[in-house]
Design a protein around this ligand. Structure first.
Ligand SMILES: O=C(O)CCC(=O)C(=O)O
Length: 286
């Protein structure tokens, strides 16, 4: 039985029912008002929260994986960027390169020549901005390194099988021969297109720094080839160690960045005739 505290006791049954009904009505209206107020204040506070905490930009994402920078050496500046390209992009570059592979060359007296002492791998060129995937990779490298796509040489894919290697060399030019085409090679960006496990060899070695980098798919090894005064940095001496296991391959690609715009077009060389060059004692770039 509902007990009404209205200060009067009613003896009439209908009066009591009417009072009970009007009390329930009031209670219902009060409840509705309090729900409406609650909703109103909730809405206001969520608007305020969004205004004082706008969406912050997250870390840079390349193809769904987060780019991770690891500083390997200060002088020369050497860094490793993990997840620079995705597996699909790496496979795309490999598939373009496969039909274009030729014996790799080194640069001697201004000419590209085969040399089975220094460099026994194969290479292939990708045309500048050849397709949207290539363009995206070029642009990504430039965004990261603060250069212009015009400064990039056509990407060079390199391929090693068992016992193939590239002996320690410099990427910057020692003579004056090539400098007029875009100036010196300022930066090297070597992108690993597959993984090579330690027990199979294939590391990039820096003998002057006693440092080795094991290829990890999608990672890019960056180094600054020049001192601040524009002179070549001799501690950037580096090479590709031989693969030591049958059936194991190494795929990578060089993105070289010049001081100025580089416009020279790639000319795909005909396949080599198998003539072996003699060992030479000069450290070469290519
Ligand atoms: O294969 C490597 O790890 C190094 C390649 C290299 O030095 C080059 O192609 O200039």
């Amino acid at each position: 039985m509902l007990v009404l505290s209205v200060g009067k006791v009613s003896t009439n049954k209908y009066e009591v029912l009417e009072m009970e009904f009007s009390w329930l009505k009031k209670k219902f209206i009060l409840k509705l008002c309090s729900i409406a107020l609650l909703l109103f204040f909730n809405a206001i506070s969520s608007v305020n929260a969004n205004a004082s905490n706008p969406t912050k930009p997250g870390p840079e994402i390349t193809n769904s994986k987060t780019l991770e920078k690891i500083v390997l050496f200060q002088d020369p500046d050497i860094r490793l960027y993990k997840n620079f390209v995705s597996k699909e992009e790496a496979e795309h570059l490999i598939s373009i390169a496969k039909s274009r592979l030729r014996h790799s060359t080194v640069l001697k007296d201004g000419k590209s020549v085969e040399d089975n002492y220094w460099r026994t791998s194969s290479s292939a060129y990708i045309y500048k901005s050849e397709d949207p995937i290539v363009r995206a990779i070029e642009e990504r490298a430039c965004k990261l390194l603060g250069c212009n796509v015009a400064q990039i040489e056509p990407i060079q894919v390199v391929h090693y099988t068992k016992s193939q290697k590239y002996s320690p060399h410099y990427d910057y030019f020692i003579g004056d021969e090539i400098k007029h085409q875009g100036g010196q090679r300022k930066h090297t960006f070597l992108v690993y297109l597959n993984e090579v496990k330690e027990e199979h060899g294939g590391m990039t070695s820096f003998p002057a720094l006693n440092m080795h980098v094991q290829p990890v798919m999608g990672a890019a090894l960056y180094f600054d080839n020049l001192h601040k005064n524009g002179e070549g940095h001799p501690k950037t001496l580096h090479g590709g160690e031989p693969i030591i296991t049958d059936g194991v391959e190494k795929w990578a690609c060089n993105i070289w960045i010049r001081e100025k715009a580089y416009n020279r077009k790639v000319v795909q060389q005909p396949r080599a005739q198998g003539k072996k060059n003699e060992a030479k004692k000069k450290v070469a770039s290519h």
